[in-house]
Design a protein around this ligand. Structure first.
Ligand code: B12
Length: 279
C-alpha cells in the first residue's frame, strides 16, 4: 500500500466526513455523488418525518413507560420549521395535561422532542431513555413521568421547568440532520430551568448515534453531567463535562494513534456523585 493510500485509509477510519472523495481531475466519483444524493434525501426526509409514538421500538417503549405526547404552539410541521419561537412554548391546553399527568419536583425529568429529526428520536430514544432512567435510579434520583413534545425546540425547557419544577431536565431532541447521518440526537440539560434562561444556561451532549456516541455511552455521560450541574449548583457554560480519564501520556518517540471513533472510553460511571442539592 502506498503512503498516500495508507493516509487515506487512516483518515477515513477516523472520520465519516467526506474527505479524499475526488475522482478524475478533482471531480466527484459516481459512487461518491450518488451517496451524497442519498444522504441528502435522508436528511430532508428526517426533517419532515412525523414523531410516531404508536409504531416500532418507540411505540413499544411508549406503551411500557406511559410516554405520551403534548404539543408546542406550532400547529403544523410547516409552521414548526418556519417559526422556531412557537416551538419554544407549550400549547395552552397541554400545560394542564402536564400538570395532571406528571408529578412535580422530580430530581430528573426526561422529555423527548422531535426537534429537527423525528428519525433520530425513533432510532435512539428506545435505547437511551431506559438506559438513562436505570442509571439515574441506580444513583438514587427520582425520575419524573417522561413525556414527548411535538414540534419542539430547545427553548421549551424553560416552560417545562416552570410547570414541573424538576431539579434537572434532560430534553432528548432530534438534531438538524447533516450529510453523515439523519439519526443524530442531542441531550440538552438544564438545571432548574425557568423563563429567561438562554442557551448559556444549558449544556448538551450531542451526536448521539451509532457512529458517534452510542446511546448506552451517552446515558453515562448525561447522568455524569447532570450530577456535575447539581454539584455546581449552576448550569450552562460555567460547567464543563467531567473528564472520564486523563489521556494516556505518549512518549515523543511513539507513533501517534488516530482516535478510535467507536470507543471513546466514556462508559465508566464509577465517578458519578449525586450529591445533595447545592442550590
Ligand atoms: C444550528 C446550530 C447552531 C446555531 C443555532 C441557531 C438556531 N436557532 O438554530 C448557531 C450557529 C447560532 C450555533 C451557535 C453555537 N453553537 Co451550535 N450547533 C448547531 C447544530 C449544527 C445543530 C443544533 C440542533 O440541531 N439543535 C436541535 C434543534 C431542535 O434546536 P433548536 O431549538 O432549533 O435550536 C437551538 C439549539 O440549536 C441551540 N444550540 C446550538 N448550538 C448550541 C450550543 C450549546 C452549547 C447550547 C447549550 C445550545 C446550542 O441554539 C438554538 C436556539 O436555542 C449543532 C450540531 C449538532 N450536531 O447538534 C451545533 C452544536 C450544538 N453547537 C455547538 C457549539 C459549541 C455552539 C457555540 C457555543 C459556538 C460558539 N463558540 O459560539 C454557539 C452557542 C450558541 C448559543 N445558542 O448560545 C456544539 C456544541 C458542543 C457541546 N457539546 O457543547 C455543536 C454540537 C457543534 C459541534 N459539533 O461542535 N449553533
Amino acid at each position: 500500500m502506498s503512503g498516500r493510500d495508507e493516509l487515506v485509509r487512516r483518515v477515513r477510519a477516523a472520520t465519516p466526513a467526506r474527505v479524499f472523495e475526488g475522482g478524475v481531475a478533482g471531480g466527484a466519483t459516481t459512487e461518491s455523488y450518488l451517496r451524497l444524493r442519498a444522504d441528502h434525501a435522508a436528511a430532508r426526509d428526517a426533517v419532515r418525518a412525523p414523531l410516531d409514538l404508536e409504531g416500532g421500538a418507540l411505540g413499544a417503549l411508549a406503551a411500557e413507560v406511559g410516554l405520551f405526547a403534548v404539543a408546542s404552539q406550532a400547529t403544523s410541521h410547516e409552521q414548526h420549521l418556519l417559526r422556531p419561537d412557537l416551538g419554544r412554548q407549550l400549547a395552552e391546553a397541554d400545560r394542564a395535561v402536564l400538570r395532571d399527568r406528571c408529578p412535580a419536583g422530580a430530581d430528573l425529568q426526561l422529555v423527548v422532542g422531535d426537534g429537527l429529526s423525528a428519525t433520530a428520536v425513533h432510532a435512539q430514544v428506545p435505547t437511551l431513555l431506559p438506559e438513562l432512567t436505570a442509571r439515574a435510579r441506580r444513583h438514587g434520583w427520582s425520575v419524573g413521568q417522561p413525556f414527548a413534545v411535538r414540534f419542539a425546540r430547545v427553548g421549551v425547557l424553560n416552560e417545562i421547568g416552570d410547570l414541573l419544577r424538576p431539579r434537572v431536565v434532560v430534553l432528548l431532541i432530534g438534531e438538524r440532520p447533516g450529510l453523515t447521518t439523519a439519526e443524530s440526537l442531542s441531550a440538552y440539560l438544564a438545571l432548574r430551568p425557568r423563563p429567561g434562561h438562554t442557551d448559556a444556561d444549558r449544556n448538551l451532549i450531542s451526536n448521539i448515534h451509532a457512529g458517534g456516541t452510542p446511546p448506552a455511552q451517552a446515558a453515562d455521560r448525561i447522568v455524569r453531567l447532570a450530577a456535575a450541574l447539581v454539584d455546581a449548583g449552576v448550569g450552562g457554560h460555567a460547567v464543563k463535562e467531567p473528564a472520564i480519564a486523563p489521556p494516556p501520556v505518549r512518549r515523543l518517540d511513539q507513533p501517534s494513534r488516530l482516535p478510535d471513533t467507536q470507543s471513546s472510553g466514556r462508559n465508566d460511571v464509577s465517578q458519578v456523585r449525586i450529591g445533595e442539592p447545592h442550590e
